[in-house]
Design a protein around this ligand. Structure first.
Ligand code: GLN
Length: 470
């Protein structure tokens, strides 16, 4: 009830596309009964959760924030949704995002942009000499980050304890960092993608947004493991994580990648980053500078690989099977074309076009194959560092605190992503686990985050250290 009240009170943040009030009340009542009988289904029994609107939910509209899927009611649940329900979680609703998760601000949605709740905090308003009581249609607010902005805001505003996002180039970690919550991108293959409407199949992972690292560990335990419906998932059963109460970091070697001193890095982030490195050193850990030399190629490489997969993935939206269908019926081809022109926004259409260009017979080797090779080099950089005895990396998550909406919309989607994803994208290229943890408040009164990048399938170690820092 409290979560539903918060959802209503904060509806101007635009975090939710669909609020599943009836389902939530029913599930909560059932959870109550199980508690009375002393038979909870699992650790998430009765826990309010929100799910990004690019995960299929049976009998609940799933839109990807696109006109193309408006009105689409999936006949099945994504595996992560099935697992949440299997543990008794209570679904509060489906959260807002950039159309088909293409973006890093959660502003390119047919349902309108997501607002960062910190824009309305007393400190931020006072610093800006604005009254705390702002008009709901005020455009003077900061972005939530993206593309899982709705999920980050849902947790940050207290409307749920856990939200599921997706992370292809940073979409869970970026908004988590800008909204002051924990954002975990698990190792590729640890959590099933079945029912997650794909952006880049070879990089997508379901992400977990929570208030603290312990919660993220519990949720990961509930979601991880082999899924016969996703052939890229691990074969072994996953041992739920147990984070120790008292963490000793003195045997740890933390790498600080020198390439992450990127242009545009704010002095505030730089300062929390170096203070945190000092803190680890004081606690006995070894902190060492490392090099990931192919980092600067990541953004361009991602663009080629992402658009190529997008061109292929978006082919299914033809007006026949799902969602939108244009009334144009001169021919099947003209119906396809009109449906796609009307259904997709400019960002999606642009990526389809770029991807098809990179995949042309004469361009395939030059762009797509080359980008695959660069991707391998990026992944090998990490392997080399980890093989040298470094346990994990400590990096910023974003260049600075949240940008104002008015400033953010001055640039096109691609330029924005290039700036927002510099520190997060490489982990997707390499399939590695990474977590962002709140690390302080900026002078403007907005959250700052730091990221830990771990070795594949070493979530236990990654989350233990993140918890120590938290
Ligand atoms: N910003 C990147 C993009 O637009 C990554 C998005 C994501 O992780 N879903 O593709």
């Amino acid at each position: 009830q409290k979560c539903l009240t918060f959802i209503k009170e904060t509806s101007f943040l635009n975090a939710y596309i669909t609020v599943t009030e009836d389902i939530a009340l029913k599930q909560a009542a059932e959870a109550d009964q199980r508690f009375i009988q002393g038979k909870p289904l699992g650790e998430l029994d009765g826990i309010p959760v929100a799910v990004k609107d690019n995960f299929s939910t049976k009998n609940i509209e799933t839109t990807c924030a696109s006109k193309m899927l408006q009105g689409y009611i999936p006949p099945y649940n994504a595996t992560v949704v099935e697992k949440l329900f299997g543990q008794g979680a209570v679904l509060m609703g489906k959260t807002n995002l950039d159309e088909f998760a293409m973006g890093s601000g959660s502003i390119d949605s047919i349902f309108g942009p997501v607002r960062n709740p910190w824009s309305f905090s007393k400190t931020y308003r006072e610093k800006k000499s604005r009254s705390h009581q702002v008009a709901k249609d005020d455009s003077d607010w900061v972005i939530a980050g993206g593309s899982s902005g709705g999920s980050a805001v849902a947790v940050s505003a207290g409307t749920c304890c856990v939200a599921i996002g997706s992370d292809t180039g940073g979409s869970t970690r970026n908004p988590a960092s800008l909204c002051g919550v924990v954002g975990l991108k698990p190792t590729y293959g640890l959590v099933s993608r079945h029912g997650l409407i794909p952006l880049v199949n070879s990089m997508d992972v379901p992400g977990i947004l929570t208030r603290c690292v312990d919660d993220a560990a519990i949720v990961l335990g509930a979601l991880a493991g082999h899924d016969p419906l996703d052939s890229t998932t691990i074969q072994d059963t996953f041992q739920p994580l147990k984070l120790p109460e008292n963490v000793d970091v003195s045997n740890l070697c933390i790498g600080v990648p020198k390439e992450y001193h990127a242009p545009g890095l704010s002095t505030e982030i730089l300062s929390v980053w170096s203070k945190t490195a000092d803190m680890f050193e004081k606690a006995g850990a070894k902190v060492t500078e490392v090099s990931l030399p192919h980092t600067p190629y990541s953004i361009v490489c991602y663009h080629v690989l992402c658009t190529a997969e997008v061109a292929s993935n978006m082919a299914r939206f033809d007006g026949l099977e799902y969602g939108h269908r244009s009334p144009t019926d001169d021919s099947t081809e003209s119906m396809y074309a009109a449906t796609r022109r009307e259904g997709f926004n400019e960002v999606v259409r642009g990526r389809i076009l770029s991807g098809n260009y990179f995949l042309l017979k004469q361009n395939y080797e030059k762009y797509f194959v080359k980008a695959q090779k660069v991707r391998r080099l990026i992944a090998n950089d990490f392997l080399q560092v980890f093989n040298s005895g470094v346990h994990m990396l400590l990096t910023p998550t974003t260049l600075g605190d949240a940008t104002s909406y008015l400033e953010f919309i001055q640039e096109d989607n691609r330029t924005r992503s290039a700036k927002e994803d510099v520190f997060t994208q490489c982990a997707n290229m390499a399939g590695l686990p990474a977590i962002t943890v709140p690390a302080g408040i900026s002078e403007r009164g907005l959250p700052l985050g730091l990221q830990f990048i771990g070795q594949a399938f070493c979530e236990q170690q990654l989350l233990t250290v993140a918890k120590w820092f938290e």
